[in-house]
Design a protein around this ligand. Structure first.
Ligand SMILES: [Zn+2]
Length: 389
């Protein structure tokens, strides 16, 4: 693996917990960090020192009112201490961002992918990274790459990326060789989940799920503070949960998968079959649904129902505090969200139904920012531990 050694000053579980606490709640006093983490004031002071010395945290000069005669000096993260590049790979383009340590996007660029061979994509990503390094307000120290498909994060290998038709590609090693920076690759939905965990809707809850809808149905799971990868990196294949005994064949080869009803392709297939228009596109299907066309409304409602069942599976299996619904498919949520919520309420077991189910539309560059968030996590946590290994 081409990850450079993490600086020992910050590669420590306690330091990582402190950094995350300051990220989420800063400016925050050491005593409040101690209370939040259930650690002694002495332990916090010792662990904070290297983070201050290496410039990741700073004492907030404004301070607070003195308590018991001692000045309370809150800590905050130094956003500009260093910068990360995040890249999202798709079949026809790459999107890249520069983020600071608060995962705020400071620059962004895109490049077309016309040749999906590994050397060509590595060259495109390398060019994009070099441009982003020039755009960055300060030194870029790491790169995170997000890609759809089966990513083995322990081995740092793309096992299978269907839209690129790649198998067993050591992309981090290749991009590290051309850029000289440590590189980490992660599944795209897991990247989005990592961003929510440290910087978004997962900050205040130990267990939550991110479910993405669009071309496929994806799911990232954080249980008791850890992103779940499973034995070989396939945890969260929510789109391939079987929800009916028959039905259309799925791209995975099985029948009855959630995606055979709830993916954009499945919705289109239904509307095309009903209308007899084989060239009908998604925007037209959405417009038909909004105009009250019975077949289009039926297709989106069926998709919502299937999605609700899938969300109930997540709730019944891991009982998360929150489920975050996101992805490009949310653009048409007016056509399926109420069906999804009704189906979720029907199928969620007992109090699992009380799970906080929220929708989070994707701002621009969200996927690339997610990959950058994984790079930030690696700075403080080292390589992602793989569950079950
Ligand atoms: Zn399937």
């Amino acid at each position: 693996m081409m990850l450079l050694a993490t600086p020992t000053a910050v590669a420590d579980a306690t330091a990582a917990s402190i950094f995350v606490t300051v990220l989420a709640r800063g400016p925050i006093a050491r005593s409040e960090i101690a209370t939040a983490l259930g650690l002694s004031a002495g332990t916090i002071s010792r662990a904070v020192r290297p983070l201050l010395d290496s410039g990741y945290l700073v004492e907030d000069g404004a301070g607070g009112p003195p308590r018991l005669g001692r000045p309370v000096v809150p800590l905050r993260v130094v956003a500009d201490r260093e910068f990360m590049v995040g890249v999202k790979l798709t079949a026809d383009h790459v999107c890249g961002v520069v983020v600071d340590l608060l995962a705020q996007v400071r620059a962004s660029r895109e490049a077309a992918v016309t040749d999906t061979s590994v050397p060509a994509v590595v060259a495109t990503v390398t060019d994009l990274v070099e441009q982003l390094r020039a755009d960055a307000p300060g030194p870029v120290t790491r790169i995170g790459i997000g890609v759809g498909g089966h990513v083995d994060s322990a081995a740092q290998l793309i096992r299978f990326a269907p839209f690129l038709n790649w198998r067993d590609v050591p992309l981090p090693e290749l991009v590290s060789a051309t850029t000289g920076l440590p590189v980490v690759v992660e599944n795209d939905v897991n990247s989005l989940t990592a961003a929510e965990q440290w910087f978004g809707a997962g900050v205040d809850v130990p267990s939550f799920a991110v479910v993405t809808i669009g071309a496929g149905i994806g799911c990232g799971l954080v249980i008791a503070g850890s992103l779940v990868h499973g034995a070989v990196g396939l945890a969260g294949e929510l789109g391939h949960i079987p929800i009916s005994a028959d039905g259309p064949r799925c791209r995975c080869g099985n029948t009855g998968c959630v995606e055979t009803v709830a993916s954009e392709e499945a919705i289109l297939r239904r509307v095309r079959a009903a209308s007899g228009r084989d060239d009908l596109d998604l925007a037209t299907a959405v417009a038909l649904g909004r105009a009250g066309d019975r077949d289009a409304v039926g297709a989106f409602t069926a998709a919502g129902d299937a999605l609700g069942r899938a969300l109930a599976v997540v709730a019944n299996l891991i009982n998360p505090h929150r489920i975050v619904l996101s992805g490009e498919g949310l653009a048409a949520s007016d056509l399926f969200e109420s069906a999804a919520r009704a189906s979720f309420a029907t199928h969620a077991f007992g109090q699992a139904v009380e799970c906080d189910l929220i929708t989070r539309p994707l701002p621009d560059h969200t996927w690339a920012r997610g990959a950058a968030a994984v790079a930030i996590q690696h700075l403080f946590l080292g390589p992602t531990p793989t569950n079950g290994r």
